[in-house]
Design a binder for this molecule. Structure first.
Ligand code: TXA
Ligand code: MG
Length: 342
């Protein structure tokens, strides 16, 4: 299959591009598109055959539910039942935006392979002009996981989608770099208290300000594993072992020297304001303390590390303020919990 990449931006007449995308989706095809978090690989959520193509292209285990993306808040009542005041307050506060809400599902509307093994459905309204325009023109819900091959970091640029899925999907809508760079927060509103299954751009503090106390899952959702079976599948791990390290230039310099003394090459993912002259590769991802910028650049840097011959990757930690919780959650997975302690 030939993969076409089309640039869609504000300054262009994109009518034909959207028509092409909608044509593919209405004919049971898949299309990659940008959202404010990461690129998604979309299929019409009511079309089982189309949704199957997502799993095939990604090489994704088929027992993990997909998020349903909608273009207006009102549509949620077509797919979700048992709406609560708290869930409505979250929708009003954070939609469109990086919050996926898990509701009880109305049976028989969404294709069964979108929600394997669960009686619920995760829904979000993305905050990206291209995603919203696509949904408006399609007039239907889009099931869409992140548009990476399973086991790779989520794509934050159209180029990353092409690296993973070239030849496997017909169309990529290129809307430039995504803003947040980490996947949406997932909150299950079917339980009391509600439970955050995956941290993301909408933080626990922001949620609690609106609806009061929520729980955080210890055994949280990943792309590869539904909630209860736990960490059934491996999450993204770079080719070289990744260690989390304190964000301290002196400590990193010493760690690099130690590792190199074993004849190993080191790639470092860290802030802009450091100089670690002895690192074999240094990928700067934003100013220290700027958790938003660092989150936006993390996945690109991890992909860059995979393109080097590094034997070891060191990645600096952030504090847990704001999106820092989500950043550290993704780093913990990529490192499998390993820390560099000299
Ligand atoms: O930001 C995002 O959420 C991106 C963009 C494309 O919207 N999508 C994304 O999808 O990250 P994916 O499939 O990579 O991750 C979806 C997560 C998984 O952890 C899945 O287990 C969880 O959401 N999820 C989806 N539906 C669920 C449900 N009904 N119950 C529990 N967890 C659910
Ligand atoms: Mg994913």
């Amino acid at each position: 299959m030939k993969t076409t990449v089309i640039t869609v931006d504000r300054n262009m007449d994109n009518k034909n591009s959207y028509e092409q995308a909608v044509g593919i989706l209405e004919n049971s095809g898949v299309v990659a598109f940008p959202t404010e978090t990461v690129y998604g690989l979309g299929a019409l959520a009511t079309d089982e055959n189309a949704v199957n193509k997502i799993f095939q292209a990604k090489g994704r285990p088929s027992d993990n539910p997909l998020i349903v993306h909608i273009g207006t808040k009102e549509e949620v009542s077509k797919y979700a039942e048992g709406m609560t005041t708290a869930a409505e307050m979250l929708m009003d506060a954070f939609w469109p935006g990086p919050l996926t809400i898990v509701f009880e599902r109305i049976p028989g509307v969404i294709a069964p392979n979108v929600t394997p093994g669960v009686s619920t459905v995760g829904v979000r309204m993305p905050d990206h002009p291209v995603a919203l325009e696509l949904l408006r023109k399609l007039k239907g819900p889009l099931a869409a996981p992140s548009a990476n091959r399973s086991g790779k970091p989520s794509p934050t640029e159209a180029k990353h989608v092409a690296e993973d899925l070239d030849g496997l999907i017909p169309l990529i809508l290129d809307g430039g770099q995504t803003g947040i760079g980490l996947e949406s927060t997932v909150i299950d509103m079917t339980t009391t208290p509600p439970i955050i299954l995956r941290p993301g751009g909408v933080t626990r503090e922001m949620i609690e300000e609106v609806i009061g106390p929520v729980a955080v899952s210890a055994n949280e959702a990943t792309e590869e594993a539904p909630r209860s079976p736990g960490m059934k599948y491996a999450h993204y791990a770079p080719e070289a072992p990744l260690f989390i390290i304190e964000s301290n230039a002196e400590r990193i310099k010493n760690a690099v020297a130690q590792i190199q003394a074993d004849n190993k090459k080191v790639a470092v993912v860290g802030p802009d304001n450091f100089k670690v002259p002895n690192a074999d590769w240094y990928f700067a991802i934003g100013s220290s303390g700027d958790n938003e910028k660092m989150s936006a650049s993390l996945y690109k840097a991890l992909r860059d590390c995979d393109l080097t011959d590094a034997d070891v990757i060191l990645a600096t930690e952030t504090d847990l303020s704001g999106v820092g919780t989500a950043f550290m959650n993704r780093l913990l997975k990529a490192s499998n919990g390993k820390r560099y302690n000299s």
